[in-house]
Design a protein around this ligand. Structure first.
Ligand code: GLP
Length: 241
């Protein structure tokens, strides 16, 4: 384990080991506080960890019976198999048996701005997030906080960059969304703990850039340096020079 000032970096041999480590991180959090509020990223990186958590939940349902969850972000598309909602229902909400009273997230059939206000209010009343699980965007985004001259503190609607619109989650979608909805940077940074998962050679440059410790809104993940309890779990493919 290597400690770089505020950010702890742990490099695992491969994606499977990274996912096992992430699973342990989440279960330790639930052992310490069964009612933890987890913020859930989507994308390919956390998928295996979510599957491992589902296996744990099958054996130890009590550990998962009180946790609460909030969706990190959502594409502005309606009823699409590539939506973050479809992903979370399949990978997490269903398998972990999270009941509707313990889960919230952006819905896309409402007015986007009203929906962002609703989510921010929900978080103000029910937060802060105890453990925020994040992935690293190919352009350095966190959630859908895209690189920009200024970032928004609260949940907001965001114009997506071309690289984000090309995300593999949307490969089967008839229409690529132009906008997304995301928790804002303050809501993310107010989490008690943050877990960033980084896997694969295509994230090498981004991880190196993040490790430099320069904070800039042109690389939103770098704002994690402002948080006192960030752990990065990466695999060798992402970490090796
Ligand atoms: C998308 C998701 C994010 C995710 C990111 C990284 O933008 N909306 O929540 O963190 O992609 O995805 P991946 O893990 O597939 O690289």
């Amino acid at each position: 384990m290597q400690t770089q000032r505020a950010i702890t970096v742990q490099t695992l041999t491969d994606y499977e080991q990274l996912s096992a480590a992430a699973t342990r991180f989440v279960t330790r959090q639930l052992e310490a506080n069964p009612r933890s509020l987890l913020c859930l990223a989507t994308g390919s990186t956390p998928t295996r960890a979510y599957q491992m958590l589902a296996m744990q939940a099958a054996h130890f349902p009590a550990l998962f019976s009180e946790l609460r969850a909030i969706k990190l972000d959502e594409w502005e598309i309606l009823d699409d198999p590539g939506s973050c909602e479809a992903y979370l229902q399949k990978q997490v909400i269903g398998p972990l048996g999270i009941t509707p009273d313990r889960y919230t997230g952006f819905v896309t059939d409402a007015s986007p701005n009203a929906e962002c206000r609703r989510i921010s209010q929900w978080l103000a009343q029910n937060g802060p997030i105890d453990l925020c699980i994040l992935g690293l965007g190919i352009n350095g985004h966190l959630g859908l906080n895209e690189p920009a001259p200024a970032l928004s503190p609260y949940a907001h609607r965001v114009l997506l960059s071309e690289s984000t619109r090309g995300h593999s989650m949307l490969n089967g979608s008839a229409q690529k969304p132009r906008y997304g909805l995301t928790l804002g940077m303050a809501e993310i940074l107010q989490s008690r703990q943050i877990l960033l998962l980084v896997s694969g050679p295509h994230k090498k440059d981004q991880l190196r850039k993040l490790s430099q410790g320069e904070v800039s809104t042109s690389f939103p993940a770098s704002l994690l340096w402002l948080h006192p309890h960030v752990t990065i779990l990466c695999d060798r493919a992402a970490a090796e020079p």
